[in-house]
Write a protein that binds this ligand. Structure first.
Ligand code: M6R
Length: 361
């Protein structure tokens, strides 16, 4: 049942307001400025002994894990990184007893992620799962973890599950942070930010008519570049994946800081750039990148907290706490990918050659 929407993708994008509300519900502890995650199965002593966190997933879940790793480093000050599960399992990784492994999967059935979890467990590692489908293979195989409570996601192109997974990582990072070095004041600040998310997502969804017009203007592009820096880079990567899988327009994501080292050669009017420009300590650096692109007659669509002078168009999103901004900045680009695909007459819920869960190697 699509509840009045023409596709599941559209329904699931709109559902993000309630989905984010659901992942937060019942978990916030205002008294200690922290969150409780029931099934984590990691006591405070163990949480303090973790020296490193390694996040494994595929596709969109891997991108959610990249933002998750940044949140963990920022809030819990534990070195963390994300890697495609498929790469990890084929490179005979060094499995370290002080590392906490986190497997991320919407379906909980992705074979490469499951196989990575099984290999890690065989080697005695501790593995948590951040999973959407309750009782799925990865959820059962993990030592503990948390469900992301996005509700059923039918469209092959993942949207609400991405957002909820990133929010679940923010909760994990806050939880670990408050056991370690995050102050009460910062804990409160993040909690307030989390509480603002559903209302802010609602605000973003109201800009859909404007995004629809923009999508029509860019739908003739053969290729698009997506750029961002630090917090904005995984947002750019995910937005680029969204666009290519649903519209079949080639898209490539690059750190804005790497432009000069190659991709600037691609810039010309026929190669538009989508730039993630949060109002944080890297704002001036990001603006400099926009100038470089404009000087070469590149078209620019910015996603930012305030209109960008060098951009041809800016989609303005509401500001949250710096650490949580990535959760919001990808949402208008889900709508952008959707409306581009719609303008091109694509099979939105079932893009060619793709399956909802990849249960083969
Ligand atoms: O079910 P999972 O989260 O494990 O799936 C992982 C990827 O196959 C999935 O995210 C894929 O990249 C989607 N088509 C992205 O929209």
């Amino acid at each position: 049942d699509m509840g009045g929407h023409d596709t599941y993708m559209h329904k699931e994008i709109v559902e993000q307001v309630e989905a984010v509300d659901r992942v937060l519900r019942g978990r916030i502890d205002d008294r200690f400025a922290t969150v409780h995650l029931g099934g984590l199965n990691l006591d405070p002593g163990e949480a303090r002994r973790v020296r490193r966190i390694k996040i494994l997933g595929c596709g969109t879940s891997y991108h959610a894990g990249q933002i998750g790793a940044q949140l963990i480093e920022e809030l819990a000050r534990i070195p963390a990184d994300a890697e495609p599960a498929s790469e990890f399992r084929y490179r005979n990784p060094v499995v370290d007893p002080d590392t906490l492994y986190v497997a991320v999967s919407q379906s909980g059935e992705t074979y490469d992620v499951l196989a990575a979890v099984q290999e890690l467990k065989r080697k005695g590692a501790r593995v948590l799962g951040i999973v959407n489908v309750v009782g799925s293979a990865i959820a059962r195989e993990a030592d503990g973890g948390t469900y992301v409570h996005a509700g059923p996601e039918v469209c092959v192109v993942s949207t609400k599950c991405f957002t909820n997974t990133v929010v679940a990582f923010a909760l994990l990072a806050l939880h670990l942070g408050r056991i370690r070095d995050l102050s009460v004041a910062d804990g409160k600040r993040i909690i307030e930010g989390l509480r603002r998310l559903p209302g802010q997502i609602d605000e973003i969804l109201k800009t859909e008519p404007e995004i629809k017009q923009l999508a029509k203007q860019y739908a003739d592009a053969r290729s698009m570049l997506f750029i961002g820096r630090v917090r904005g880079y995984p947002v750019a990567r995910e937005a680029s994946l969204k666009l290519k899988e649903v519209s079949y327009i080639h898209a490539e994501a690059y750190p804005a800081s790497e432009l000069k080292h190659g991709p600037l050669a691609l810039i010309e009017p026929a190669m538009p750039t989508v730039a993630i420009v949060p109002d944080d300590d890297l704002l001036e650096k990001n603006r400099a990148a926009l100038e470089e692109i404009k000087a070469r007659s590149g078209r620019i669509l910015a996603v930012a907290h305030q209109p960008q002078e060098k951009a041809d168009h800016t989609i303005v999103v509401p500001k949250n706490e710096d650490e949580l901004d990535p959760i919001l900045m990808g949402i208008p680009l889900q709508l952008f990918a959707y409306h581009t695909a719609l303008a091109l007459g694509r099979d939105i819920d079932k893009p060619r050659n793709l399956a909802k869960s990849v249960t083969v190697e």
